[in-house]
Design a protein around this ligand. Structure first.
Ligand SMILES: Nc1ncnc2c1ncn2[C@@H]1O[C@H](COP(=O)(O)OP(=O)(O)OP(=O)(O)O)[C@@H](O)[C@H]1O
Length: 328
């Protein structure tokens, strides 16, 4: 038997649409609207979006918990409907909720999960997986005696028992303290290094910026940005400069006002947003020189994912509202 070639995309969505039925004659709710999305094999992929954007719906469709209305979804090149079992075996899902049976031990939970996926006893890696998530010494403790962080790691272990090539983490660090978040990320990064494709949803944007090599932003059920993380950050190319003055000013000098600067901190700071590609720093410094200011300190800051996320979703909200009023 020949081994099938590895797919280029671990997850591939085409025109994926979900409309939840409205109750008692109310109109339905479109949670996903013709989503096209590719998660390349081997990626550490971030799926971001404000509350209600459709992230859980997307993940629940992949998990087989929600039925799509239209379009196509493939996991590891298997259609989630026509090749449901193969598609399901290709993913492990770490859910949002800490839904563990408190009366089982980590060892028992992993063994049961392996049984559910039909992993034969001789191929099970229970000890190895528990060690990998730092729960080797808790293998026989009741789940209810584990801390929140340990339970979270146990859920990651549970998702890995059938060695899926794709791991989906849905808000895995909500409410987890910084130390445990670090541990969890070290482990997930290691899985990614070893070849597991990771799809992550998180509200912690600095976490996504640090971990993900590719990011998609969804809003109102549509993909509004999708790019490699550096390209996404570059695309926006927004910087801010803060000048701290030796003497506070009453009014902004004209050359700096012309660049859109603002006076802050009772006139002791000048704040300026600029695009490095179209407005070189020497132009700004020339305006400072012309203004005859004495500068105590100067700092610049790059736009981060948080800024970009807000820009992209606000622009999309404005466009959507505009369409709404045009149609009305
Ligand atoms: N079972 C359901 N029945 C009806 N509407 C639903 C159902 N589940 C979700 N929705 C609606 O679909 C939209 C998308 O919800 P979804 O939970 O997928 O968003 P999300 O991006 O995961 O949000 P959050 O970050 O808050 O979890 C929302 O408007 C939500 O109210």
């Amino acid at each position: 038997m020949s081994i099938p070639p590895l797919p280029d995309n671990a997850i591939s969505l085409r025109q994926l649409t979900k409309t939840y039925k409205g109750e008692k004659g109310r109109p339905g709710r479109r949670a996903l609207d013709a989503v096209d999305l590719d998660v390349p094999r081997g990626a550490f992929f971030g799926l971001l979006g404000p509350n209600g954007a459709g992230k859980s719906t997307l993940i629940n469709i992949l998990a087989g918990l929600v039925r799509k209305t239209a379009g196509e979804a493939r996991i590891w090149d298997r259609d989630i409907v026509r090749e449901e079992r193969a598609a399901r075996c290709a993913i492990g899902i770490v859910p949002q909720e800490l839904n563990l049976d408190p009366f089982f031990t980590p060892r028992e939970l992993l063994e049961m999960q392996a049984g559910l996926y039909g992993v034969p006893p001789r191929e099970r890696r229970t000890e190895e997986i528990l060690d990998a998530v730092g729960l080797g010494d808790k293998a026989d403790a009741y789940a209810r005696t584990l801390s929140g962080g340990m339970r979270r790691r146990l859920l990651v272990a549970k998702a890995m028992v059938h060695s899926p090539p794709v791991l989906i983490l849905d808000e895995p660090t909500a409410g987890v303290d910084i130390e445990l978040r670090r541990q969890l990320w070290d482990h997930v990064r290691e899985l990614n290094r070893q070849g597991t494709t990771i799809l992550l949803t998180t509200h912690y944007l600095e976490e996504a910026e640090e971990l993900c090599d590719r990011i998609a932003i969804i809003n109102h059920g549509r993909v509004v940005a999708c790019d490699s993380t550096p390209a996404l950050l570059r695309r926006f190319d927004n910087k801010t400069m803060t000048l701290t003055l030796k003497q506070p000013l009453d009014a902004l000098p004209a050359p700096l006002a012309a660049l859109g600067a603002e006076l802050r901190e009772g006139g002791s700071q000048i704040h300026l947003a600029y695009r490095a590609a179209s407005q070189p720093v020497d132009q700004i410094l020339e305006a400072v020189r012309q203004s005859g200011l004495s500068i105590h300190d100067l700092s610049t800051e790059e736009a981060d994912l948080e800024d970009i996320f807000l820009q992209v979703t606000r622009a999309d909200n404005a466009a959507t509202n505009g369409q709404g009023s045009a149609a009305a």
